[in-house]
Design a protein. Sequence first.
Length: 209
Amino acid sequence: MSGTRSATPSAPLPSAALAKLRAAPLAAVRERGELSAAALARIAACADVPAALEALEADGMATDAVKLVAHALPRREGVWWACMCARATMPADLPPTDRAALDAAEAWVRKPSDENRRAAFAAAEQARFGTPEAWAGVAAFWSGDSMAPVGQPAVPPAPHLAGLAITGAVTLASVRADPARQPARLARFIASGREIASGGPGRLEAEAP
């Protein structure tokens, strides 16, 4: 995740390489991923998450594929993926509050301390929870042990919340400024997720204006 910058991810890697997706139980991902009925039917016979991802991509179900990846990746990798997708469509005039939320989310990925996790949520709150960057920060916060204030009894986030926030970040990034670009963007984003799931950085080139 902290490797050198790469170009747009190459062609999808074979499912055998997707170790960080394979480790996630498909039954749990199906339960918490809020997939469409059509997607659930399509992957009913799949043996694991990589096979399900390939099936969804083959049928053009990109939004469901995003949900699948968001809920199957380990949380640090998932938050990093959200950050990479946000950076790919980030405008030059991004407000400082949103940039701070993105930086805070990435800081948590690099050093997942409770202090950094709570800082990511505070930055997302300043960004008013309205952008991909803000939702990357929320995803970092929901990846921890407790949503309660420091010093209060722990209130663990529900297991699906981090994946939900990652999905939100990636989806918002895919429609930013020009929703017509969404199909091409989702294809790039899913390729990035595949790279991250295989141990790569998943970095994406920033879009031309």
